[in-house]
Design a protein around this ligand. Structure first.
Ligand code: F6R
Length: 361
C-alpha cells in the first residue's frame, strides 16, 4: 500500500522523520548525556579497549558506513574507516583482535557482507551488525549490534534506511565517545542535535516543489559531477549513486579537492555539478571549488546552509551540529534523483538490472 504516493521511493523518502524518531526512541539517556543501545553486547571495558573500527557494507550501506566512520573518529576519537565488504573479503585482510568490526546492511542478507562476517568470526574477531531487517542472517551471525528501525523498505533503492543507518552510527559514535573522552557538554550538544533531526527533515521535505522544479532543469544532462569534502564527500557519493540508479544519468562523485587533479577537464556548461557545501570549518575551501567550476562555465547546484553566490541554484537545508549535518544534506538529493527519474519516465521502484537484496556473489 503506497498510501497516496505514486511510488514506494516517494513514500519512503517521506517516512524519514518518523523513521528517525523511531531510531532515537527509548535510547537517549539525558542523565549521563549518552545513549543506551540494548543489543550492542559491548560493555564499557570492551568499548574502551577498541583501538580501531572497521566498517563493512555494500552500495548505499557502504556510504552510510563512510559517514559512520567519520562520526566515530570525530566523537570517539577512534581511528575508523569503511570499506566495501567484497573488497575486504578478497584481499586477505589482517584481522586484528583490537579492532571492532561493524557490518552494515539493510536486508541483512547481502552475500558479500555475510561472507565477510563469517570469515571474521572464524578468525575470532568481534563483529557488530548495523542492520534493518530483524532476525536476518547478518543480525544472527554478529555478536551484537544496533537495529536501525527504518521499517520495511520496498523500493529497490535505499532512502530511509540510509538515513537511519547514519543516525544509528551517530548514536554509536556518541555512545563510544561518552564511554571514552567525549565531554558531557559535547554529549548534550549531540543529543540536542539528534532531537532536532525529525523536525528538520520535515522542513527539507516541505521544500519538495522547489526541488521538483530544479530536477526538471537538470534532467537534460548526460552526466553530472557530485562534489563534497570530508563530511560532505560520502554525501556526494550517495547522491551520485541515487541519481544513476533511478534516472540512469551518468554521475560521478569526487572530493572537491581532487577536481583540479583531473576531473576539472570535464567541466563545461553541459556537465553540471552538485556541490555539498556545509557551513563548517571547510566552507571557504568549498567556496573556492565553486569558483573554479564557475570559471569554466560549469552549472552549479549547491546543497548548503545558506545561499551560495557562485551557484546557479542553492537548496538551503537547516543547520544541525557539524558532525550530524551529513544526515540531512543528502535528503534533498534523494528527491532530486526521484524527480529527475520521474521527468524521464523511469521505473523508479524497480530500476533495470537491480535487485533489492543481492544474495549471490
Ligand atoms: C542502493 C542500494 C544498494 C544496497 C546494497 C546493499 O540504493 O539499495 O546499493 O545498498 O545492495 O544492500 P544491503 O544494505 O541490504 O546490504
Amino acid at each position: 500500500d503506497m498510501g497516496g504516493h505514486d511510488t514506494y521511493m516517494h513514500k519512503e523518502i517521506h517516512e524519514q522523520a518518523d523513521a528517525v524518531d523511531r531510531a532515537l526512541r527509548g535510547r537517549i539517556d539525558d542523565r549521563f548525556s549518552t545513549v543506551h543501545l540494548g543489543g550492542l553486547n559491548l560493555d564499557a571495558r570492551d568499548a574502551r579497549a577498541v583501538r580501531r573500527v572497521k566498517i563493512l557494507g555494500c552500495g548505499t550501506s557502504y556510504h552510510a558506513g563512510q559517514i559512520g566512520a567519520q562520526m566515530i573518529e570525530e566523537l570517539a576519537r577512534i581511528p575508523a574507516d569503511a570499506e566495501p565488504a567484497s573488497e575486504f573479503r578478497y584481499r586477505n585482510p589482517v584481522v586484528d583482535p583490537d579492532t571492532l568490526y561493524i557490518a552494515v546492511s539493510q536486508s541483512g542478507e547481502t552475500y558479500d557482507v555475510l561472507a565477510a562476517v563469517q570469515e571474521l568470526k572464524r578468525k575470532g574477531a568481534r563483529v557488530l551488525g548495523l542492520v534493518n531487517v530483524v532476525g536476518s542472517a547478518i543480525a544472527r551471525e554478529t555478536d551484537g549490534g544496533i537495529y536501525v528501525h527504518a521499517g520495511p523498505e520496498v523500493c529497490v533503492v535505499s532512502t530511509k534506511c540510509f538515513t537511519n543507518m547514519v543516525v544509528s552510527f551517530g548514536l554509536l559514535a556518541l555512545h563510544l565517545g561518552r564511554t571514552r573522552d567525549l565531554s558531557v557538554a559535547d554529549g548534550k550538544r549531540i543529543i540536542e542535535g539528534l532531537r532536532k533531526l525529525p523536525g528538520q527533515i520535515e522542513e527539507i521535505l516541505g521544500n519538495e516543489a522547489e526541488i521538483e522544479k530544479l530536477a526538471a532543469e537538470y534532467a537534460d544532462a548526460k552526466s553530472m559531477m557530485f562534489i563534497g569534502r570530508v563530511r560532505g564527500y560520502p554525501v556526494a557519493r550517495e547522491a551520485s549513486l541515487k541519481l544513476k540508479e533511478v534516472s540512469y544519468i551518468h554521475a560521478e562523485a569526487y572530493p572537491a579537492s581532487e577536481l583540479k587533479h583531473g576531473p576539472l577537464a570535464l567541466i563545461e556548461p553541459a556537465m553540471p555539478t552538485v556541490a555539498i557545501v556545509p557551513d563548517d570549518e571547510l566552507l571557504e575551501k568549498n567556496r573556492a571549488a565553486l569558483e573554479e567550476i564557475k570559471a569554466r562555465s560549469g552549472r552549479i547546484l549547491a546543497v548548503a546552509h545558506q545561499e551560495q553566490e557562485k551557484a546557479d541554484h542553492t537548496i538551503v537545508v537547516p543547520k544541525n551540529e557539524d558532525e550530524l549535518d551529513p544526515i540531512l544534506m543528502g535528503i534533498p538529493l534523494q528527491l532530486f534523483a526521484y524527480y529527475t527519474a520521474k521527468a524521464m519516465g523511469r521505473d523508479i521502484d524497480k530500476p533495470r538490472n537491480l535487485a533489492k537484496s543481492v544474495t549471490v556473489e
